[in-house]
Write a protein that binds this ligand. Sequence first.
Ligand code: NDP
Length: 295
Amino acid sequence: MAAAIIDGKAFAARLRARVAAAVPAFADAAGRVPGLAVVLVGDDPASAVYVRAKARMTAEAGMAGFEHRLPAATDQAALLDLVRRLNADPAVDGILVQLPLPGHVDEAAVIAAIDPAKDVDGFTPENAGRLATGLPGFVPCTPLGCLMLLKDRLGDLAGLDAVVIGRSNIVGKPMARLLLAESCTVTVAHSRTRDLPAAIGRADIVVAAVGRPAMVQAAWLKPGATVIDVGINRIDAGDGRTMLVGDVDPAAADVAGAITPVPGGVGPMTIAVLLRNTLVAAHRRAGIPLADATL
Ligand code: NDP
């Protein structure tokens, strides 16, 4: 039987609408709308596309957006100075530094300079440590979006076997920690994993975050598994154009119980969760409880 398609695009639109619906009550109580600052260094075309989409959706949610575009040659000291100014700016609730940064900049140092209370990307060591130790904080947007889709589809995840393929700080590791917190039995696979098909074959949940087109084969999956494909790979479509494909072979839809498409699955969740995290940051900073506790 063909897998159910998990419609991340529709889920993300609903989440953005819930965030937008919560903004007026915050504005009434705080006397201002939540604010998100986005820092873009250089002119990487993919990053520019993301930043434009973030600006548009921030405005659509009724929030204030502050965009800082800096030339590729910007040095570390100037970038750290901007982060410190945003940390001190009362109108800014969330700070997002678009990655990757140019090679001459120490990315880890810039991320670590962000005030953890405004770290809506959840990348600071403070928030990574909070997630690892089960304390409240901010969780990276893409894995939190994946978890929302999984819980929406499966309900209680306790006891399920989960495989996360990839161990980056922005997707794989936080994803594994979130699934562990939901009481899944979690395997984290990576480029040195000896028998990836065997690990995947045991899994009720497969999250692929690798960056290799169609590397997860349909035959490896346990029939009925729920598959979350985080991969965004641009490949030659054969007619001179490029197309977007995930990390999972499309034939997996014949074996899985449910699967996210690429595009239209995990991708749209990231910005929706970013806006959700910014709304939460604004409430926490202002000491105002969120009216919709399920957000
Ligand atoms: P990274 O390149 O940082 O990490 C890739 C991971 O895959 C590494 O842990 C690597 O292992 C592992 N890996 C590489 N080759 C293999 C292999 N043959 N078998 C098993 N594991 C392997 O990527 P990211 O985590 O940043 O992103 C992963 C994918 O998700 C990309 O396609 C990216 O575009 C996409 N993405 C999508 C987002 C969205 O939807 N909004 C947001 C962020 C990312 P090792 O650690 O050993 O090198």
